[in-house]
Design a protein around this ligand. Structure first.
Ligand code: CUA
Length: 336
């Protein structure tokens, strides 16, 4: 075998190993392979069934191909092989076999689709999730809570998520909790999530929605009923009064700047509804729709240049001085 061909063959053989190594390493907070709900477990089971069925088909077909290529290869002195036309029994067999396999997949999949589409029961918690370019708004209509980019849910409780969009198609996806569902302008898609494990789960917009699509993330906090109730009580309060001179300066700055046109901070004159509600932004784990940690550095980075963090986003602000950023950071961190 020529050396170049050998190298090509080796590269081809190594490719799956390299891909496996690249995709399997590191932490994977958005994995469908570690389900924590009944719905997600059944999705994974279906995925595995279809995968192993495909592996079996691959092995049988490729095995037969390789065997036939070697066993019946042309040898020195061979003449023209016997010419045949069609093989009715073989053709019927390889038509029926895939049809049966696909029928089995359908029989297993269709009930799951219907189960996943089941409506909420009276008394279930309701959350309206609205997609915006490029952040998530969460409203709890029965509780009076409005928040953004961080969803809180009580464990072992069925919660109906009502999906909407303010602008373009988005998709709501928390891989460890459930399959994805589109957020469509002018239409409400619904599904029920019943989380079984307390913890924090990463969500992601899963439908291309513009330049910052990949940076449209959110966090789901699943907590005990008591912790959830305490969180709700906290959210219902107006903003915490600024505790320091610096934070007071921040509030004045925010009120006199353009911020109030887009953001709401209850208890102040800020009543805008274009951007996320900031009344309790200090209590969230991330800012900028999951892109930056909610730390002093994260807030500074965002306020220095929001367009550099998330290109194309609608927060267009004049450049701020270091002192102004210090005051705003102090204020926002106090809004717990
Ligand atoms: Cu929203 Cu992609």
């Amino acid at each position: 075998m020529p050396r170049a061909a050998l190298h090509g063959l080796l590269a081809l053989a190594a490719a799956p190993l390299v891909i496996a190594a690249l995709t399997a390493c590191g932490t994977t907070p958005q994995t469908t392979l570690e389900p924590t709900t009944e719905s997600a477990r059944r999705s994974l089971w279906l995925l595995q069934f279809v995968f192993w069925a495909a592996v079996a088909v691959f092995v049988v077909v490729e095995g037969a191909l390789v065997y036939i290529l070697i066993r019946y290869r042309r040898r020195r002195g061979d003449g023209l092989p016997a010419q045949t036309h069609g093989h009715t029994r073989l053709e019927i067999a390889w038509t029926i076999a895939p049809a049966i396999l696909i029928a089995v997949v359908a029989v297993l999949t269709v009930p799951k689709i219907f189960d996943d589409a089941q409506a909420a029961k009276p008394g279930d918690l309701t959350i309206q999730a609205t997609g915006h370019q490029w952040w998530f708004e969460f409203v709890y209509p029965d509780l009076g809570v409005v928040t953004a980019n961080e969803l809180h849910m009580p464990v072992n409780t069925s919660t109906e998520i009502q999906l909407q969009s303010k602008d373009v198609l988005h998709s709501f996806w928390v891989p460890r909790l459930r399959g994805k569902l589109d957020m469509v302008p002018g239409r409400t898609n619904k599904f029920v999530i019943r989380p079984e494990v307390v913890g924090t789960f990463q969500g992601q917009c899963a439908e291309f929605c513009g330049t910052a699509h990949a940076l449209m993330k959110f966090t789901v906090v699943v907590e005990s009923q008591a912790d959830f109730d305490a969180w709700v009580q906290r959210q219902l309060d107006d903003r915490t009064q600024p505790a320091s001179e610096l934070a007071r300066t921040g509030e004045t700055l925010l009120a006199s700047g353009g911020c109030v046109a887009c953001h709401t901070i209850r208890g102040t004159d800020a009543q805008g509804t274009i951007g996320p509600d900031l009344t309790h932004v200090g209590g969230r784990s991330h800012i900028a729709s999951g892109v930056l940690p909610n730390t002093t550095d994260g807030l500074r980075q965002w306020l220095q240049d929001p367009q550099a963090v998330k290109p194309g986003n609608r927060m267009v602000i004049p450049s701020l001085t270091e002192d102004q950023i210090d005051a705003l950071v102090a204020y926002l961190q106090g809004l717990t």
